[in-house]
Design a protein around this ligand. Sequence first.
Ligand code: BG6
Length: 483
Amino acid sequence: MVVRVIPVDPFDLVIFGGTGDLARRKIFPGLYRRFQAGQIPAEARIIGAARGEHDDDEFRGMIAESIAEFVPEARRDADSLGAFLQRLFYIAIDARGEQGWAQLKQTMRIDVVQAYYFSVAPALFGDIAERLTSHGIAGPEARIVVEKPFGRDLASARALNATLALHFAEGQIYRIDHYLGKETVQNLMAVRFANILFEPLWKSEYIDHVQITVAETVGVDGRGAYYDKSGAMRDMVQNHLMQLLCLIAMEPPYHFDPDAVRDEKLKVIRALDPVPSHDIVRGQYLAGSGEGGYLEHSENPQSRTESYIALKVAISNWRWKGTPFYLRTGKRLRARASEIAVTFREPPHSIFDDAEGWRENVLVIRLQPDEGMHLMVMIKEPGPGGMRLTQVPLDMSFAEALGPEAEDVPDAYERLIMDVIRGNQTLFMRGDEVEAAWAWTDPIIEGWEERSDRPQPYDAGTSGPEDALMLMHRDGRRWREIR
Ligand code: BG6
């Protein structure tokens, strides 16, 4: 299957923090890939902005190095790289001072799409937003893109929203959660709403429980200082896992339209029950396989920050009352594996005498790696001698089903940046959604902070702390293996 590429309109895209880590790793490599795919028109310009003094050529040299580092060799070629670099420019700008803003104003064109990517610390969002408008740089249709973390609690997220709202309308603000840009995450919506098959069963009457797992093998490594202030709850659950939960749990939107989708996600977040402390397990990894434990990366040898969290979440609405959602995510686990598993209930009555071998139907949506869907169904065990049941997967690997080109689909950042240029906010978080997510997470975090709970240690390379197993065992359920 050929991946279709629809070119976007000409644009001027400014990347604040243009020499920073995210820009080097994700933004510029992603833009290069879109350029290669023919999606970026010849008139487009990409302007790096940061404090350091560089000219365009030096900046192009830096980006060429990043692309060499972060785009696999087989996917680079000298011609397209040379042409891409010619689209890049650099302006030295002081976010908190006056340097560079007049030059930026002169550079920006008013007859093309204007987008400003704030790939900087959130403390600078307000300064940049203010200067973009007070210098008359950003036009009324301009878009701004902001990265997570969007606040660290409800109060700070509200303050950030209020600051941005002084200068930009909600329809101009693109809050990134890169999980929403992942191909398979969007497939969740296609699977649910483009098939008649699943939706009639998609409710507590037929679904026993849902497991959402985002397991990583990486540790916090060089990010200890950030992670100490964040932990798995703020870093992963408040955003990525909650977005996955919303896409699984939401009502069908009336249309695949930004506000229709985001309205439905917001309703789910608002229907989440508070989580009691006995439904939460926090863990922190120990050293293993030659790598240091969490505490060795932390700036605080007594850190109580969790690198793992598992929780049982209840949604109080008609569709989901009685169907728990079990969420878990952690670093330095056995394997990198993200998946959603929807486990169905038993049939109301078994007609088979020998029900041995019976297992629940499970729909597994594999997000990464090995993207695909597997539906576990019961069949008859082959051979004579009576009716014995066995479970088999109806397997669909997206790579196999769609062919090798499908492996070449844009990565999350590529897609999301192109959506900004197109002016499509469906895959971005709205301000009220982010606030509602914090309103749910805040009391959970405050709870363990008040009790001074320590996370449970777990060995690196395992599936996490023992107590996480108990969280499901005591409900008569089991986590799926992480692999
Ligand atoms: C980021 C988190 O948002 O997502 C990281 O800050 C995490 O801690 C990363 O490692 C995971 O993203 P992905 O795309 O590798 O699953």
